[in-house]
Design a binder for this molecule. Structure first.
Ligand SMILES: NC(=O)c1ccc[n+]([C@@H]2O[C@H](COP(=O)([O-])OP(=O)(O)OC[C@H]3O[C@@H](n4cnc5c(N)ncnc54)[C@H](OP(=O)(O)O)[C@@H]3O)[C@@H](O)[C@H]2O)c1
Length: 429
């Protein structure tokens, strides 16, 4: 009997994988890797600070638990999974891994939103991969779709419900008209929102994700801080009553549209038709819609967070990288990125909600200001039954640019009868 000779048909050796961060997602990734027990991937190292307290009996004995990142860097690990989160030390670890020609898979939206273009270039220069499919919309495979299934199209628009916490709060206000503070407490109790939920509520989280979508789908280099984010804290339950009268509901929408050399982009609460795909997204789900020159509109819906769904996205990236390293698709060359001017000057119809102390002549005063700024009123809505000392009512405007509206808003909000600054929400189709 002869030993079979090795040939190109032999299965590739398993790719050696190190996991950085054994938290919610890291643990779920390790679970999948251990349960898969396939020949393609082999978990060899788990890195975490104070690692002894993290050890689990279901992790195979030959996996090395370590607090020493250099041990991983100097090992023969092929792929590093970064699930620590934040910028430090994650950024340094990812850079060092790529420089050591180890491919990296990460779910870190902060890192990719800030440094994605540079890190992609670094990966390309070292002929290895950087995959970040879980960094936007958790388990919803929108980034892999942008990388493969939609790469033949020329996308010009991406819009999404990218923050499950905001969607949970807004859809609770919608369904039961509970106060904002109560919906936030519920979201915190369910683990959807952190004790300090500012990043979610004020749009910081969603704009990081939007900048990653713009990078991957529109090939535009955009700093998250260059994207305007409006808070959802200004939304009241009564806004859902007025929105319903207009056939709409309210969602936090992140949108980016590339027109020539300008990227129109912003994040914030917006009116959307109740029967539209965005209007129907409930609780903490995510939805991303893409618009392409050739393929038209596509939709991606699912769980935007959670250990298991996010781990699925991480392991899928890992499998893609392992396959590529074994002679499948080559590491991507660095994307041809543009650096467009970023603007929030969208043209839309608008919903304006005022809280006023009632007195004669309010509508006339507001109409005069709007007219002076060449803004056309579409409708005036006032629900009966409110205390005249704190009366909410709504004016909707025909389409105009954001820049045209802003000075009028300032003027209207300083009128003596105004109890609060006027809330302005775009009305999306
Ligand atoms: N959770 C989700 O649903 C979700 C969804 C999409 C994307 N992501 C992203 O996935 C990544 C991981 O999220 P996660 O929810 O798994 O976070 P997590 O539960 O906080 O886990 C982070 C892990 O990293 C460890 N760690 C943190 N800082 C470290 C440091 N300086 N040195 C060594 N170890 C450190 C933590 O150790 P300690 O136990 O000592 O803190 C913890 O084990 C983040 O980038 C996040 O944005 C998460």
């Amino acid at each position: 009997m002869h030993e079979p000779k090795s040939s190109s048909q032999d299965p590739a050796p398993p790719r050696r994988v190190a996991l950085l961060g054994f938290g919610t997602v890291g643990r779920a990734v390790a679970k999948i890797l251990c349960e898969r027990s396939d020949a393609q991937l082999r978990l060899t190292h788990i890195y975490n600070r104070s690692v002894a307290r993290k050890k689990q009996p279901w992790i195979p004995n030959d996996v090395i638990w370590t607090e020493d990142f250099d041990a991983i860097l100097n090992s023969n690990v092929d792929i590093v999974i970064e699930l620590i989160g934040g910028l430090a030390p994650a950024e340094e670890f990812v850079r060092s891994a790529l420089q050591a020609r180890k491919s990296v898979v990460t779910a870190n939206k902060q890192l990719i939103a800030r440094h994605g273009p540079d890190l992609l270039q670094l990966a390309s220069a070292n002929n290895c991969h950087l995959e970040f499919g879980a960094s936007v919309a958790g388990g919803v495979p929108v980034l892999p779709a942008l990388r493969t299934g939609l790469s033949g199209d020329r996308l010009h628009g991406i819009a999404g419900i990218l923050n499950g916490t905001c969607n949970y709060i807004l859809s609770r206000l919608e369904s039961d008209r509970i106060p904002f503070s109560e919906a936030l407490e519920e979201a915190q109790a369910l683990g959807y929102a952190e004790a300090d939920a500012s990043e979610d509520l004020d749009g910081g989280d969603a704009r990081s994700k939007l900048s990653i979508l713009a990078l991957a789908g529109l090939h535009a280099r955009v700093s998250p801080t260059g994207i305007r984010a409006r808070t959802i804290r200004t939304i009241d339950a009564v806004d859902f009553d007025y929105a319903a009268d207009l056939g709409c509901t309210i969602r936090q929408i992140s949108r980016a549209e590339l027109k020539n050399t300008t990227l129109f982009a912003e994040v914030g609460p917006s009116l959307v038709p109740a029967s539209s795909p965005f209007g129907r997204v409930q609780r903490n789900l995510n939805l991303v819609l893409t618009s392409g020159k050739y393929g038209g509109d596509m939709a991606f819906l699912g769980a935007g967070a959670g250990g298991d769904p996010t781990a699925v996205a991480v392991v899928s990236d890992l499998m893609f990288v392992a396959e590529s390293l074994s002679g499948g698709p080559r590491p991507q060359s660095s994307l041809q990125l543009t650096s467009p001017k970023v603007s929030c000057n969208f043209e839309t119809p608008w919903y304006l909600r005022f809280w006023v102390k009632d007195q004669p002549g309010i509508i006339a005063s507001l109409a005069a200001i709007l007219s002076a700024h060449q803004l056309n009123i579409d409708a005036v809505l006032q629900k009966p039954g409110f205390d005249k000392n704190a009366l909410p009512f709504v004016i909707t405007l025909e389409p105009c640019r954001d820049s045209q509206l802003q000075p009028a808003l300032q003027e209207m909000s300083t009128q003596p009868f105004a109890l609060r600054a006027c809330l302005s929400l775009p009305i999306l189709p």
